[in-house]
Structures are given as structure tokens and as C-alpha cells.
Design a binder for this molecule. Structure first.
Ligand SMILES: [Zn+2]
Length: 198
């Protein structure tokens, strides 16, 4: 049985669903929100609501966006024919640190047979279609250098092979087994420069 009044217990239960938030942190956050001003509490609740109602996936690259197509896919200053493939929308920030000037394609995951993620679960279809229609000159595979990331890059390289497109894989300037999200600017720039053909 919870020692807390029902509204407090309810908020703690919701906060505990967040990644990395255990019972203790959830209680701390809930009491912080209780002590904060009405405006701050409202702003938090409103930000969560607006996030869910206004954001969607870009119909071209699957990036999370409030406008479709997203800012990258409509940018006249970016090379729309060079596509960098990443696992998650959060990986884009890491690649941006390399001063990359092409566009993106977000897979929202990697191949993971153990977790039941096969090629059909990856969001690769729009990329394959663009390559098939000759809309892409180069595909840079920037999945993480983990087992799943490498398997995903290999699978995509094979799937793209029949199309007139240059395929490259980022260099291992990104430490093997790590997530590209945590790569710093220099490492990421080297990884992009040192990419090799697949
Ligand atoms: Zn887009």
C-alpha cells in the first residue's frame, strides 16, 4: 500500500516509467513538482502534452519533427543526394557535430534477432525507394559500431547494392562497441572523413 495521497502516488508511478528513474528519484521529482509554482507545474504538463500532439515522423527521413517534411529534408543549403543513415533521431546531433552537410535517414532501431527486430521492423523502405529511383548519390552508414549496428549496416549495404548509389561506412574513430551519440566533435568528424566504401 502506498503511503502517499492518491495524486502523489499516481505521479510517482508515472515518473518511475521513465528510463533511469527509480522509486527514490520518482519521489524526489514528484515532491519537487508539488513544491514548484503553479506556472512551472503547468508548463511541464503542457510540454508533455504538446510533445505528443505536435511531433510526428518526417515522411521522407523518419526524423522526429513538427513540420513534415523536416527541416533537413527541405533545407536548400544541404546536399539532398547524400544520405547519412542513423539508428535513432538522437544520433543526428552527434553527426551534426562533424559539420556534415547532407541529409539523414533514421531507422529507429537496429537489426536484433534476439529481440525480434528483423529487416521488416526497420524503417528502411523510404530510403530504399529513393535509392531505387535514383534520388540518392551516396549513402553513409552511420549506425553504431556495435554488433547490432554492424549487422544493420551490412544488411543495408546488401539491400542497396543493386542501385546506382555509392555506399560507405563511417570509420572506427568511434570506439568499437560504443554508441555514436556519445562521440565528440573531433571523433565524429574523423569518422565521417575516414568512411570507407562498402
Ligand atoms: Zn526529413
Amino acid at each position: 500500500m502506498s503511503r502517499y495521497a492518491e495524486p502523489m502516488a499516481r505521479l510517482i508511478e508515472e515518473l518511475k516509467k521513465l528510463p533511469g528513474v527509480g522509486a527514490k528519484s520518482a519521489q524526489r521529482y514528484a515532491f519537487h513538482i508539488l513544491r514548484s509554482s503553479d506556472e512551472d507545474a503547468d508548463a511541464l504538463a503542457d510540454a508533455v502534452r504538446v510533445l505528443k500532439t505536435s511531433l510526428r515522423l518526417c515522411s521522407i527521413c523518419n526524423n522526429v519533427t513538427d513540420v513534415d517534411p523536416c527541416v533537413y529534408c527541405t533545407s536548400p543549403s544541404r546536399n539532398q543526394r547524400v544520405v547519412c543513415v542513423v539508428e535513432e533521431p538522437t544520433s543526428i546531433a552527434a553527426v551534426e557535430r562533424s559539420h556534415y552537410q547532407g541529409v539523414y535517414h533514421v531507422l529507429h532501431g537496429t537489426l536484433s534477432p534476439l529481440h525480434g527486430v528483423g529487416p521488416d521492423q526497420l524503417r528502411a523502405q523510404t530510403l530504399l525507394r529513393r535509392a531505387e529511383h535514383g534520388e540518392v548519390d551516396e549513402v553513409i552508414l552511420a549506425t553504431s559500431p556495435t554488433l547490432e549496428g554492424e549487422a544493420t549496416a551490412d544488411w543495408l549495404a546488401t539491400a542497396l547494392r543493386g542501385f546506382p548509389v555509392k555506399i560507405s561506412r563511417i570509420a572506427t574513430g568511434v570506439p568499437a562497441g560504443s554508441d555514436i551519440e556519445y562521440a565528440d566533435e573531433v571523433t565524429m568528424a574523423r569518422a565521417m572523413e575516414g568512411r570507407r566504401a562498402m
